[in-house]
Design a protein around this ligand. Structure first.
Ligand SMILES: [Zn+2]
Length: 641
C-alpha cells in the first residue's frame, strides 16, 4: 500500500461536494486534469480504497461530508452510510442539518431481544417495538458498531447495500471487543460437547491469581491431566468439531461465551504447545473473579461479503465499500492496523490563534494517582479528597489570576469522570461560574463548551492502567510481539515566545504499545482543547485554556507556564520523586528505581547520587506513595502498588 502525498495538500478545501470529490479523484488517480463530471466513475472504480481525510475539529468536516452525501444521492443515486461514534452525536447532526436520513438504532434498554442479544443469544422476540427500515432508499446514519459487530455472525447485511461509507471520527478502542465471564458462570455452564466442557472446567479451576499466556496454559494443562486428558488431546478433538452455543438458561442466564472463547483458546493453546510466543488475549483475574477475553474486530473476512454490492459485480472480491474516514488525530501506523486505507490527505490546521491563550502546567502529568483516584480504594478517603482540594484551589487561583478576570466569565471544566461533579461543585463554592462540565472519554455534545471564556482541563487522561495492556494486546492481535515494560520519555512543548520546554512523559518501552498509549492520551487532550473551537473564535474575543497536565498537544502553542507557590516548593526533590512514582504506578503499577534515578538526575545531581538518595529515602517514599519497594540494589529494584 502506498500513500500519495499530494503537493497541493494544503489547498484541499471542502468548498462544495463537487470540488471535494474532485480533489479525492485527482488524489487517487494521480491525474490532475480530472474534470468534476469525471469524478463519479473514478470513485466507483476505486471500491477497495479507503481514504483518510485529516481535518481538525471545527473545520466543518461533518457539515461538508453530509452535504456531499446528499448530493451523491440526489444527483447520482449513490447511497452513503454515515457512521458516527454515538447516538447522541448522530442526534445532534440530524437536528442541526435537518436531515431526512434513516437513523439506524438497535433495540432499547429493557427490550428482551436486546437483553439476550447482549448475552450472545438470538432467541428472544423484541419487546420494545423498535422498527427501522434499513432498506429505505437514500443515505442512512448509524453508530460505527454497525460495521464493527461484536458477533461476526450477526452483522447487519444492509451495510453492504451502500456504495460509500463515511466514518466520522475514529476511536481505536471501538475496533477491540472485550467480554468477560465469571468463575461462577464457567462452573455453571453446561456444555453438550465433552471436550468443550473439559476445557471450561479446567479454566474454572485455574482462578489462582492473575494468569495469562504460558502461566495460564501451564495451569490449564495441569487440570486437564487431573481430569484424565491433556491439552494436546483436547486440541486434536477441538479441530474436529464446530463449537456449539450454550442452551439458554431462562432463570439464570449466563453469557453465551464458548464459540468465541474457544476460538481464541485454540489459537493460544496451539502456540503454547509449539513453544511459540503469542500475545495473550485470555486473562484470568482471580481477585476480580472473572475471565476476560479480547479480540480485534477489524472488518471483514471476504467470505462474509455476500450478496455482492448491487450494481458492482466485482464487489464480492472486496472487503467493504469505499470508505472515507474523517479523522483529526489518529496515528497513521495505528490506523493501518484496522483499516486498509490507501489514500490520505490533510485539511491543514491553521496556526494556533493568538487570542486563545493557553497556560499549561509542565512539572508533572497530573495523573489519576496525583489526584488520588488510583488505586481505586484510595479515592474515597479523606486524605484523597484533601489532595484533590489542593488541586481544585489551584484551579480557582489560576482562573481568578487571569488578566481582566470577571466573576461573570463562563468556565468550562473537563476532568476525570469520578470527580467531575466534585470538582465543579468545589469551583462553584469558590464563586467560579462553571458553565459546563464534561468528563474525559465522553462522546457527548460536541458543541457544549464552545462558548466558554475559560476552558479548564484537569489531569492527564492516560488510559486506566487496568486493562490498558490487555487492550493493546488485543488491538495488535496475536502476531505482534509486545512487551509491557514502562519508561519515561522526554517530549517538547512549544511556547509562544519561541522557546521549547522539555517535559517528562510516562510511556512504554515497546514502540507499538507506547504509540497506542500515547494515541489514547493525546486524542483526549486534543478533543478536549478543541471543544472551545479555537479556530472559530472571533479575533476580538479573548479566551483562555488552562491545562493542568504536562502532555503536549499537537498544534497548541503555550503562552505561559502555570506555577503557583505550592508548585514551586513541590519542585523539591522529594516532591518530584513522589510525583514520578505516582505517575509510574498510575500507568503500570510499578516504578523502577533506575527510572526514578534518571528522572531525578540534574546538572548538579548525578545518576549515582540520585540512586543513593533514593536508597536513603525508601521508607519515606513508600509511605508517601502507598507503594512497596523490592529488589534491593539490583536492576529489578522497584516500587510497586
Ligand atoms: Zn426491541
Amino acid at each position: 500500500m502506498q500513500v500519495h502525498k499530494p503537493h497541493f495538500e494544503a489547498e484541499v478545501k471542502m468548498a462544495t461536494p463537487k470540488t471535494f470529490l474532485t480533489d479525492i479523484a485527482v488524489n487517487i488517480s494521480g491525474d490532475s486534469s480530472i474534470r468534476p463530471e469525471d469524478v463519479i466513475p473514478i470513485i466507483k472504480d476505486y471500491l477497495m480504497d479507503g481514504t483518510v481525510i485529516r481535518c481538525y475539529p471545527g473545520s466543518g468536516k461533518t457539515r461538508d461530508a453530509i452535504e456531499m452525501a446528499n448530493w451523491l444521492w440526489e444527483k447520482h443515486g449513490i447511497r452513503t452510510l454515515y457512521l458516527m461514534l454515538s447516538h447522541s452525536a448522530i442526534n445532534e447532526v440530524v437536528e442541526r442539518n435537518n436531515l431526512d436520513w434513516t437513523h439506524w438504532r438497535g433495540h432499547q434498554d429493557g427490550c428482551e431481544k436486546r437483553k439476550y442479544a447482549q448475552l450472545g443469544y438470538s432467541t428472544k422476540d423484541c419487546t420494545c417495538g423498535m422498527d427501522v427500515d434499513r432498506s429505505r432508499p437514500g443515505p442512512a446514519i448509524a453508530p460505527v458498531e454497525y460495521i464493527l459487530p461484536d458477533n461476526p455472525d450477526w452483522f447487519t447485511r444492509e451495510i453492504f447495500n451502500f456504495q460509500l461509507w463515511i466514518i466520522d471520527e475514529v476511536d481505536l478502542r471501538r475496533y477491540v471487543a472485550q467480554k468477560s465471564v465469571t468463575c461462577d458462570e464457567l462452573s455453571r455452564a453446561s456444555h453438550g460437547q465433552q471436550v468443550v466442557a473439559d476445557v471450561i472446567d479446567a479454566l474454572s479451576k485455574s482462578f489462582t491469581g492473575k494468569l495469562s499466556g504460558t502461566e495460564l496454559y501451564d495451569e490449564v494443562s495441569k487440570h486437564l491431566e487431573e481430569a484424565g486428558t491433556s491439552l494436546a488431546t483436547v486440541m486434536d478433538e477441538l479441530l474436529d468439531i464446530k463449537v456449539q452455543d450454550l442452551t439458554l438458561d431462562q432463570s439464570k442466564p449466563i453469557p453465551n461465551f464458548p464459540k468465541q472463547l474457544m476460538s481464541i483458546f485454540g489459537y493460544e493453546a496451539e502456540n503454547y504447545l509449539n513453544s511459540r510466543s503469542f500475545n495473550s488475549r485470555i486473562h484470568i483475574d482471580a481477585q476480580a473473579g472473572e475471565l476476560r477475553y479480547w479480540w480485534n474486530k477489524t472488518p471483514f473476512p471476504e467470505e462474509l461479503i455476500e450478496p455482492a454490492v448491487p450494481g458492482y459485480p466485482d464487489s464480492a472480491l472486496h472487503a467493504h465499500p469505499t470508505a472515507i474516514i474523517l479523522d483529526a488525530s489518529a496515528d497513521q501506523t495505528l490506523m493501518r492496523q484496522v483499516t486498509p486505507y490507501v489514500h490520505e490527505y490533510q485539511v491543514e490546521e491553521p496556526e494556533w490563534p493568538a487570542h486563545v491563550h493557553v497556560h499549561q502546567y509542565l512539572e508533572a502529568s497530573v495523573s489519576r494517582s496525583t489526584l488520588s483516584l488510583y488505586p481505586a480504594w484510595k479515592a474515597k478517603t479523606k486524605e484523597a479528597l484533601n489532595t484533590r482540594r489542593v488541586w481544585y484551589d489551584r484551579v480557582v487561583k489560576e482562573v481568578k489570576a487571569l488578566p481582566g478576570y470577571s466573576p461573570d466569565w463562563a468556565v468550562g471544566l473537563i476532568t476525570f469522570k469520578p470527580i467531575i461533579d466534585e470538582a465543579a461543585e468545589h469551583l462553584r463554592g469558590q464563586s467560579i461560574k462553571v458553565f459546563g462540565q464534561i468528563s474525559y472519554h465522553n462522546q457527548r455534545g460536541s458543541n457544549e463548551l464552545e462558548d466558554v471564556k475559560v476552558l479548564v482541563m484537569l489531569g492527564s487522561p492516560y488510559p486506566s492502567p487496568e486493562g490498558f495492556y490487555e487492550e493493546a494486546q488485543a488491538f495488535f492481535g496475536p502476531f505482534e510481539s509486545l512487551t509491557s515494560h514502562t519508561t519515561q520519555y522526554t517530549q517538547q512543548v512549544f511556547m509562544k515566545d519561541g522557546s521549547v520546554r522539555e517535559v517528562s512523559i510516562h510511556g512504554y518501552e515497546d514502540s507499538n504499545v507506547n504509540r497506542y498509549h500515547r494515541q489514547k492520551t493525546v486524542y483526549e487532550m486534543y478533543q478536549g482543547v478543541h471543544r472551545i473551537r479555537p479556530h472559530n473564535v472571533d479575533a476580538g474575543d479573548e479566551r483562555h485554556v488552562l491545562l493542568f497536565s504536562n502532555v503536549p498537544i499537537p498544534g497548541v502553542i503555550v503562552e505561559s507556564q502555570l506555577m503557583s507557590d505550592k508548585v514551586k516548593t513541590s519542585e523539591s526533590r522529594m516532591a518530584l520523586a513522589i510525583n514520578v512514582i505516582n505517575e509510574a504506578v498510575g500507568v503500570s503499577g510499578e516504578c523502577y528505581k533506575k527510572d526514578l534515578a534518571g528522572a531525578l538526575e540534574t546538572d548538579t545531581l548525578t545518576m549515582k547520587s540520585a540512586d543513593r538518595w533514593i536508597e536513603r529515602n525508601i521508607e519515606k517514599l513508600e509511605n508517601s506513595t502507598g507503594t512497596v519497594f523490592s529488589g534491593g540494589k539490583g536492576a529489578a529494584a522497584r516500587f510497586t502498588t
